[in-house]
Design a binder for this molecule. Structure first.
Ligand code: SF4
Length: 138
């Protein structure tokens, strides 16, 4: 299909809308999180290994309100509900995902079912995924 200059403003507009919707979702998720009360939230942040400042920074990243780890695991062939996987998730994979600078790229590839072909080039959890896949074969 030939490149159409007329499509450019529409594409920019769609991006702007999607950006604003994402920001609103992230703000709502943050409000819901803190509505659980400071004691419970402190416990959750402790379990995730995040300070409050790191959590606030993470909530400013693209698609902060979305769980990208579970679909990423499924796409590379890892069962997200296995005991071994849940341990790894608690052991730092969630934190890595929440603070990941590649969330936009990750989500885009997941949306077109192409994450499994490219994640090793950029995903900070790829070594953890490899260990889980290796463990699944024993
Ligand atoms: S690229 Fe990897 S670490 Fe980053 S959000 Fe996606 S699955 Fe998580």
């Amino acid at each position: 299909m030939p490149y159409n200059l007329k499509d450019e403003p529409a594409e920019a507009w769609r991006f702007a809308i999607s950006f604003l919707v994402d920001r609103e979702r992230s703000k709502a998720a943050k409000r819901e999180f803190w509505a659980q009360g400071p004691h419970k939230c402190a416990g959750i942040l402790h379990d995730l290994g995040l300070t409050r400042a790191e959590f606030d920074d993470a909530m400013r990243l693209p698609y902060a309100s979305e769980d990208l780890l579970t679909p990423a695991m499924r796409s590379v062939g890892i069962d997200p509900d296995s005991f071994q996987t849940l341990e790894a998730t608690r052991g730092g994979m969630s934190r890595t995902c929440m603070t990941c600078p590649h969330r936009r790229e990750c989500r885009g590839l997941l949306a077109v079912f192409d994450f499994e072909n490219h994640y090793q080039e950029f995903c900070p959890n790829s070594r953890g995924f490899a260990k889980l896949l290796e463990g699944g074969r024993t």
